[in-house]
Every structure is written in structure tokens, then in C-alpha cells.
Design a protein around this ligand. Sequence first.
Ligand SMILES: [Mg+2]
Length: 442
Amino acid sequence: MRSHASVMHLDLDAFFASVEQRDKPSLRGKPVVVGGVGGRGVVSTASYEARRYGVRSAMSTREARSRCPHAAFLSPRFHAYRAVSDVVMGLMRELSPLVEPLSLDEAFVDLVAADLPDLEVATVGAVAEELRSRVADATGGLTASVGVGTSKFIAKVASDLDKPDGLVIVPPGAELDLLRPMSVTIIPGVGPATAERLRRAGITTVADLEAVSLDELVRITGRAHGAGLYALARAQDDRPVVPERETKSVSVEGTYDTDLTDRPLMEQLLTRQAGEVAARLKKSGLSGRTITIKVRLHDFTTLNRSTTLPSPTDHAGTIARLARALFADLVEAGDTSGGVRLLGVGVSGLADWIQEDLFGDSLEPEDEPAPDLPDPGLTRRSREGWQPGMDVVHRELGRGWVWGAGRGVVTVRFETARTPAGPVRSYAADDPDLTPWRPDGS
Ligand SMILES: [Mg+2]
């Protein structure tokens, strides 16, 4: 923990949905849900208007539609999000060379490396306010929530306290008063399983956790976890801000209290980890070609096995299938017979999304056709051709976006970020006057 509040965390508010509302004037102030629009799609981001109906990230699109049927359901446009992200990351790098992006819309900034007269609360507060207004100016009005504190942990907690469009500075010395009443789940690494173990031991708040001895915590949560929890419950976090151009790999692993020998169970764990990796890739707008598994045996030997795909994926089913295949090789070679104490799944060789990949989710061979579009011919055509939300240009009416498509018809709303809300027209899906629109250089 530093003696000054010099770690900043910036998080753009409802990022994907906010970019859509910026670029589609008719959707401003309305519920917007960005994510997979097919039968098995998942919500990436919901606008605040949609959140009022209970729509949340990672919810199935099917459930989101039942909660908020009048929302606009849009496929993601990663080229647009990437462009905004580059602008915002650039503004942060002008402030300090130490910027650590966590995803397209989130980063830590180390203010010690910024050229500031001092690191007093008033100074860093003014810097944070100026950054927020520069972000809004440079992005056509997007809002960012910012937290500043003495560590990454505190800065990240703070940025979430007054969302959207908020700024919270936690002065040095105020960390524990802030954390104590909060749920233990505020602590990084406390997921549902650890939270449940703690709850059974009567620990639900950070204050409860702070009262537990290190030995006791190790007993409840395991050696690997206990020491980290003990420190974070006291707001002790010395993790540095590490500048990287982008995350190079995404992985998830779990260690187990007893050595695992049950193959179906281990396959289930790998499948679940693959799902978590896929969700993180999607959240960052990334996909990767190399799938890796990590297996630590009962004697602490660690085995890594990987395979590389011809094109990048972020698809949970594909990652899981390959992870299970890699694992099967180890099992059949007899490597795992003494028991397994750690399993992990990772994806590397990450690429920015390319437009075609947006449809990869629905074109996976093991995917069933979407149940709401029973005709396979129509399903394929609308998926490959006209995704709701995508940018198009019409020979006479100019630029617009796909409002809906299906049964051989595509409906377009003609508007852009720089126009008022525009008119809606329908065309035959194969109308030669209508083509997808891409920004130059994407
Ligand atoms: Mg965000």
C-alpha cells in the first residue's frame, strides 16, 4: 500500500452499449443489449436503460429478451469499440507512461510516473476530472468512471462506487473504513466457491475476514489463497502497474484440495474453465488460435499441452472440446493416474476481432440452428449477411445500420453519430444497392 492515492482505475460505462447509442441516435436513452443475438447468445453489455429491466452481462440473450423484449438487440461491432479504446488508452498514456489495460474499456494508470507537482488528493482529483472530460470530448460523449487509491485493489473498488460517470478518491488511511462493511466478494479472487466456504465459517464481510487469523484463513481457504486474502482484508496490495500493449493470453486454473482421479469430473472442470476463458476473451474483444491446458500431477510435475487452430476462436464449445482432447492424450498415456492437483485452460496467440469472427459463434459446426429461426437456409443467410447493428451503406440513402433481418428482408435505419435519428426502410436481402460499410483501414 502506497502513502499516496496514486493508482488510478478508469472504466468506461456500459462501454459497448454506449458506443452503439453514440453511433445510433434513435437508440439514445433506450434499452440496448449488445451480444450474441442467436439462439444460444450471451449478453456482453446492457445499457443502463436495459439494466433497469434486470438485463445483465453474461445473461443468456434469451433471458434478456424475456426481461426486456423492447430493447434493441445488437451484434457487437468490435472495430468501433477498438477505435474508441485506442483513443482512450492514448489519453491515459499522455498522462503517464505506466498504463496497464485490463480490457478494451478498463485500465490502471500509475500516477507516480505522471508529471505531477505532487500526489495530494486535491491534485490527483483534478487530474482525474480532467481526464474524464478529455475522454468525453475525444469519444463523442462517452462517460468513464474513475477510482483513485493507494493500490490497484482500492482504485478498482473505488471506480465502481459511483458508476456511471463517477469519480471516487479514497484518501490514504481511509481504505479499511471503506472495505470493512463490504462483502468479501469485493476482494479479487473471492469467487462463489471461496465466498461459500467463508460464509459457512461465519465470514461474510471484509470486517469479519479481518478478524480471522492467518492460520485459520489458510485452514478455511487453502494455503495458496489464505495469505493473499489475509493481506487484502487489510488493504495490503503492492501489485505494480505493469504497462503492456495488450493482454497476450487469457487463462483460468484451479488447484484442488484432494488429488483428482475421476476423469469425467476433470473433464467437467476443464469445460467450465473453457467457458470462463471464452467469457473473458469476449469481454476483451479478443480471440486466440492456441489452446493450452496445464495439468499439475500429485508429485508437482506440471505438464503443458497445446494445439493451434487455423483461425482464432473465442467459442466456449471449441475451447472446451480441444482442452478435453489434449487432456485425453495425457490420460491415455497414463500420466494422470496418480492424481491431479491443478487443472487450467488458456488461450493465446490473441488477435483483435476480425469482422468474420463476429459470426464464428453461430457457425461452429457443433452448434444447432437458432430455435427462433427454424429455416436453416434463412438462418445461414441472415447470419452471414446482415447482423443487427452492423453498419451498411445504401447507394442513394447513404449510411445506416441493420435494424433487423430475416426471411429475405433487411431493414435499415439511416442515421449515424452525426445525424439526427433517421428513417427506416426495408430491402430485399440481396438488394445490390445495399452493402456492408467498414471504416477505412479496418
Ligand atoms: Mg466498463
